[in-house]
Design a protein around this ligand. Structure first.
Ligand SMILES: Cc1cc2nc3c(=O)[nH]c(=O)nc-3n(C[C@H](O)[C@H](O)[C@H](O)COP(=O)(O)O)c2cc1C
Length: 202
């Protein structure tokens, strides 16, 4: 992608459950980001294209873009197109989903030197899962934003009890989402420029 084009932000949906809560924040985030003209969005839904557990003979850092299955290729190419990622993450036992870890382990250059931000939900807004993710993405040489979106347990309970309350609850968080995405777009653009300069120099 040329360095002067707007960054592509890929929204990754970590929950693969059929009755997941994730679809509610996903709709809000897609609508809010889709209204911006400073970035393009794609959605990578891990439920659509589930990877088998990692079973490759060579670590992805040493075998860039070597895909052994169609699922790996589809996800790898989607990750490659992105300049930054916004991960919508649930929290299981104070960690993030196994499906998301499996994706993080399958790829390296696709993620490397790109920006990443998080929107979490759970009793404490997915914050424990997000803090774990920050550690992991630093190994992939990614830049994670300082701020994150946190949808807390009381908000989830209210949305579950009164689904019509969801729009108002999310609307009240628009400023927070904008703050996170402004940061993400800044980093995505900066790193997009830096990566393009590297290609030209090579
Ligand atoms: C095995 C299991 C462990 C969970 N652990 C946590 C947890 O540590 N923190 C939390 O906030 N929610 C926890 N939850 C509740 C999930 O946040 C909740 O089920 C959420 O809706 C899952 O996301 P999803 O509906 O998008 O799949 C747990 C749920 C399950 C089934």
């Amino acid at each position: 992608m040329p360095s002067d084009s707007i960054p592509t932000i890929t929204i990754i949906v970590a929950s693969t459950r059929s009755t997941r809560f994730a679809d509610l924040p996903l709709s809000w985030i897609v609508e809010r980001l889709g209204a911006r003209d400073d970035l393009a969005i794609e959605v990578l839904d891990l439920r659509d294209n589930q990877l088998p557990y990692y079973d490759s003979p060579t670590p992805p850092a040493r075998a860039p873009r070597t895909y052994y299955t169609e699922a790996e290729r589809a996800i790898g190419e989607a990750l490659d197109r992105a300049d930054g990622y916004l991960v919508i993450t649930n929290e299981f036992n104070h960690g993030y989903s196994a499906a998301l870890k499996n994706v993080l382990d399958h790829f390296f250059v696709e993620f490397r030197r790109k920006a990443i931000a998080f929107a979490g939900y759970g009793s404490v807004g997915g914050s424990r899962a997000i803090e774990q993710l920050r550690q992991v993405v630093s190994e992939l040489e990614m830049a994670s934003t300082r701020h994150a979106v946190h949808i807390v347990g009381s908000q989830m309970l209210q949305i579950r009890a009164e689904p019509q309350s969801a729009a108002g609850i999310f609307e009240a968080m628009n400023d927070r989402l904008d703050l996170v995405v402004d940061d993400l777009a800044w980093w995505a653009t900066a790193l997009q420029t830096a990566r393009a300069r590297e290609v030209v120099a090579a």
